[in-house]
Design a protein around this ligand. Structure first.
Ligand SMILES: *[C@@H]1O[C@H](CO)[C@@H](O)[C@H](O)[C@H]1NC(C)=O
Ligand SMILES: *[C@@H]1O[C@H](CO)[C@@H](O)[C@H](O)[C@H]1NC(C)=O
Length: 328
């Protein structure tokens, strides 16, 4: 008992010492100057205190309330020195974008991207890219990517450019940017899968999902389902079954839609055995089984002349309701 108490005391003292402000030998990290370029959200204002000054809060309010917004915009662009904190510049970059004034966003960015503090410059560039991307200005976003000073970009910058292009349906550009993203993260994989689905690029898409499954990054439910759509295009029924298994393993729970997509892959690949067993496991799991799903599995059996399997499946077709056939 005594030993336990002593240990607890020691731990307590250690943790107090840990927090102690008077430990001069340990240099405190100074995130502003040497921090790894992180997400915009993590940026710290340069000045202590509230992140947006009272005057600038007032300006922002005038902008958002739409009273003479252009006057406020000009006021800021004529005196960019009045924005002293990174957060302030970020909110105005965004506010200009929301007013569809993306040219003004670029002007403000130019005024505030000083080169004195690289991390701050990256944060501001990314904010401008996000803002312009949200209003559909994907060419402007690509321009920002091309014009940014060397080392003025980070992983997020490429993701933002890819997202802006993907949202504009420019899947080819998304995939061309993929090569420049050396360490892909969740957002990279996500936008890649969306772009591949857009462009029917199943090989690249499946390769991206497979690569992601080797990392600790968890795909979303949508990403697995995109993977199944792509697997159908490539008739990759084994990949489809692997994704389905993986979803259970990672507790990204598949539903009847996911299973139906997997059955569709098996149909495309003329694989009656997995198609049948998928429909059977849907039944075991109590999923709703649509007639289309059973019919897709049946087609797989018909191609292979698997008559016994057909018999099993026919019994699983939902019974037509009174008004069902009329609607069908
Ligand atoms: C904005 O900047 C101008 C010029 O530097 C200065 O005269 C003015 O007082 C500033 N306004 C605010 C509210 O800080
Ligand atoms: C994945 O990417 C798409 C397309 O860019 C986007 O609409 C969606 O919000 C992203 N999903 C997540 C969870 O970030």
């Amino acid at each position: 008992m005594r030993i336990v108490c002593l240990c607890l005391l020691a731990t307590l003292q250690l943790s107090l010492a840990d927090r102690g402000a008077q430990s001069p030998p340990r240099p405190r990290p100074r995130p502003r100057q040497q921090g790894a370029p992180g997400r915009a959200r993590k940026s710290r204002p340069r000045v202590e205190g509230p992140s947006i000054s009272l005057e600038n809060r007032g300006r922002l309010q005038r902008l958002e309330e739409g009273e003479e917004p252009l006057e406020v915009v000009e006021e800021i662009l004529q005196h960019p020195e009045n924005l002293t904190r990174v957060k302030e510049v970020q909110v105005f970059l965004t506010a200009f974008g929301k007013l569809q004034l993306w040219e003004k966003t670029l002007e403000l960015l130019e005024a505030k991207r000083t080169g004195e503090w690289p991390v701050g410059d990256i944060v501001l560039t990314n904010t401008a890219m996000l803002t312009c991307g949200l209003v559909g200005q994907w060419q402007v976003v690509l321009g920002l990517l091309a014009d940014a000073p060397r080392k003025g970009l980070n992983k997020m910058s490429y993701n933002l450019a890819m997202q802006a292009c993907c949202n504009a349906g420019k899947w080819e550009i998304v995939l061309s940017l993929l090569d420049r993203q050396r360490i892909p993260d969740f957002d990279t994989f996500n936008v890649t899968l969306h772009a591949c689905a857009q462009g029917g690029q199943w090989e690249i898409g499946l390769a991206a999902l497979d690569e992601m499954l080797l990392t600790k990054t968890q795909p979303s439910w949508t990403m697995y389902n995109l993977g199944l759509i792509l697997a159908a295009q490539g008739r990759r029924w084994e990949s489809a079954l692997a994704y389905l298994d993986d979803m259970w393993t990672r507790v990204v729970i598949p539903d009847d839609m996911t299973y139906s997509s997997a059955v569709a892959v098996c149909e495309r690949a003329s694989q009656w055995r997995p198609a049948l067993s998928l429909v059977q496991s849907m039944k075991r799991k109590g999923f709703r089984i649509k007639a289309e799903t059973v019919q897709a599995a049946l087609r797989a059996c018909e191609t292979a002349q698997a008559t016994a399997a057909e018999e099993i499946l026919r019994k699983m077709l939902p019974k037509p309701t009174k008004d069902g056939p009329m609607l069908g």
